[in-house]
Design a protein around this ligand. Structure first.
Ligand SMILES: Cc1cc2nc3c(=O)[nH]c(=O)nc-3n(C[C@H](O)[C@H](O)[C@H](O)COP(=O)(O)O)c2cc1C
Length: 219
């Protein structure tokens, strides 16, 4: 697939078929992803690929913890101004497609739980980095590696959703993987074959126009 076409067609997929993603294909995606850039070539990313029983246990433990009322320490809690507006707009767009009314707490909870279940994906990649890297370029680098994974996945017809929800309970991730206390769990990426009929997958998220966010100088 052409590069620009992959960039244009990649989007977050929030519903998957039950078809497993072969380990060899995930390996190919990760192999090519290793070419992603990083500050001083530090390559801070560490991958844990989960599927089957391990992923099911993570999903189950996440839901148990969520329903027990544990506070979710999300990095996206603190948005204000235009960034909050865009976050709210995204939620409204998804809920409209899912036909979830604002007051419908049950359906909203069901949607929230899907996020904590990696949108029922058959596989996921968890990305962690050494805690000593905090304050370095590692977050930026992991952003680059995440997008590279998602683009490479497009090549194989695999849908992805970069997601915090699945990994926000770090203790759940540690319990079910070998990620130790000296590593920060940064992000998860749900992987699977997109369910073409699911309303959430119809979403094409909005973008600010280039004119609004770009200053062209010296042309
Ligand atoms: C760092 C990061 C964390 C994200 N966490 C979540 C998440 O927890 N749940 C979710 O549904 N989407 C999550 N997303 C997906 C974004 O909502 C999505 O990328 C954004 O709305 C743009 O839509 P698109 O990916 O379809 O282009 C996350 C994306 C990023 C980059």
């Amino acid at each position: 697939m052409e590069l620009l076409s992959a960039i244009e067609t990649r989007k977050s997929i929030r519903a998957f078929t039950k078809e497993p993603v072969p380990r060899e294909i995930i390996k190919k995606i990760l192999e090519v992803t290793l070419r992603a850039p990083s500050g001083s070539n530090t390559q801070p990313w560490e991958f844990t690929v989960v599927s089957g029983e391990v992923l099911e246990n993570i999903k189950g433990d996440n839901i148990e913890k969520l329903l027990s009322g544990t506070v979710v320490n999300s990095r996206s809690n603190g948005y204000i101004g235009i960034h909050r507006e865009r976050k709210v707009e995204l939620a409204k767009d998804i809920f409209a497609l899912m036909k979830i009314e604002r007051e419908d707490r049950e359906k909203r909870l069901e949607w929230l739980m899907r996020g904590f279940r990696f949108f029922d994906a058959p596989a996921a990649i968890i990305i962690a980095a050494d805690k000593s890297l905090e304050g370095s370029w590692s977050m930026f680098d992991i952003g680059a590696v995440s997008q590279t994974i998602c683009l490479a996945a497009v090549n194989y017809g695999i849908g992805t959703c970069i997601e915090e929800q699945g990994v926000v309970f770090q203790d759940v991730i540690r319990k079910n993987t070998s990620i130790s206390e000296d590593k920060e769990v940064i992000i998860g990426i749900a992987l699977g074959y997109p369910d073409p009929d699911h309303p959430a997958n119809k979403l094409v998220s909005r973008r600010e126009s280039l004119d609004v966010i770009t200053d062209w100088l010296g042309f």
